[in-house]
Design a protein around this ligand. Structure first.
Ligand SMILES: NC(=O)c1ccc[n+]([C@@H]2O[C@H](COP(=O)([O-])OP(=O)(O)OC[C@H]3O[C@@H](n4cnc5c(N)ncnc54)[C@H](OP(=O)(O)O)[C@@H]3O)[C@@H](O)[C@H]2O)c1
Length: 311
């Protein structure tokens, strides 16, 4: 692959980690100022100028509740921009790697969702992300859509950092126990993505015996093993805190006040956007196709916690 790898959302959770894991390759990582996904013309022009061999689109409007208030903007960023990127990728013969979400599903299943399950988003975020998926699928470009879930990292806004903050402010944390999913560390997602890229060959010259991105175009679930609720996730974070898992650099000087986590229902914690009660992703297809899998969510958390000193 001759052109650089173009990463969007360079300051986001996944975008940040991707720059780290792909640093041995020519990478151009852009933030919102350099490439605004809500501006189709400049989006097209930037891609055409940079001539990437792979576009990795991590940028998205991910604030699930705020999206309900700005559906048109979310549609531009999550729904339209991925299709534009796919069209430009097609013109260049580039591969588009894009991330989507477990929130394309409505949660009515009680066993892990596979890629062929019918999406039916409950909220605008999930709907706009699904529109983005469909635009990519119908573009004719070579693409990999990785659906992931419940992403956290040492930066940005996420559940792990929220619990770390609340653990210093409250004695008891009340956390929703009736939404089940899989928490994923952004670095594990970035590592898995890099491992997939390493297995691919350029579409024009596939090496004998190795698959090209054209053969493997499609949607894949990319999440760790196991599953938990937000309550279970919070309990695990608190467990790590009390076991001294977090380095002092993360814990700072403010003492931890939280002693326990109490389970509550979604009805007791109403939010602007509805969320699926069950959105566990089955990532068997990713493993079978690329030999790539993310660790169990609890193991990911343990590794993430001990690595927080080097965000
Ligand atoms: N976070 C989750 O729990 C979760 C769950 C399932 C799937 N996903 C998907 O995984 C992918 C990566 O998520 P993430 O957690 O890394 O997201 P994130 O931390 O929220 O980062 C998203 C990035 O997108 C950028 N962005 C937003 N609007 C933009 C625009 N108009 N133009 C250019 N950049 C824009 C943001 O820039 P600013 O920093 O300037 O705002 C931010 O850097 C996304 O596709 C997301 O939908 C995430």
């Amino acid at each position: 692959m001759s052109g650089p790898i173009l990463i969007t959302g360079k300051n986001g959770q996944v975008g940040w980690e991707l720059q780290r894991v792909l640093k041995t390759r020519p990478v151009i990582a852009l933030d919102r100022d350099a490439m605004d996904l809500s501006k189709p013309d400049s989006l097209r022009r930037t891609i055409a100028d940079l001539r990437p061999s792979i576009i990795i689109n991590t940028a998205a409007y991910t604030a699930v509740d705020l999206v309900e208030e700005e559906p048109d903007y979310a549609q531009m960023v999550n729904g339209n921009a991925p299709g534009i990127m796919a069209e430009e990728a097609k013109k260049l013969g580039a591969l588009l790697i894009h991330y989507s979400t477990d929130y394309v599903f409505d949660g009515s299943k009680r066993e892990p969702y596979v890629e062929t399950d019918q999406p039916n988003p409950l909220n605008t975020y999930g709907m706009t992300k699904l529109i983005g998926e469909r635009a990519i699928e119908s573009s004719g470009a070579n693409y990999l859509i990785f659906r992931t879930s419940w992403v956290y990292s040492a930066r940005g806004r996420n559940f792990l950092l929220t619990i770390l903050r609340l653990a210093r402010e409250r004695e008891e944390l009340k956390i929703v126990n009736d939404q089940i999913g899989i928490p994923n560390w952004s670095r594990a997602i970035a590592d898995a993505t890099a491992a997939v890229i390493a297995k691919l060959q350029p579409p024009k010259k596939p090496a004998r015996g190795r698959p090209s991105s054209k053969d493997l175009t499609g949607t894949y679930h990319m999440a760790g093993a196991g599953a938990t609720s937000w309550f279970g996730f919070a309990e695990a974070i608190l467990e790590e805190i009390h076991q001294g898992g977090f380095p002092a650099t993360v814990m700072g000087k403010v003492p931890i006040t939280a002693k326990k986590v109490l389970p509550i229902s979604t009805a007791e914690y109403p939010t602007r956007a509805r969320r699926p009660a069950y959105s566990v992703l089955d990532s068997t297809k990713l493993k079978k196709t690329f030999g790539v899998e993310l660790p169990d969510w609890r193991e990911q958390l343990k590794t993430a916690v001990t690595s927080q000193a080097t965000p």
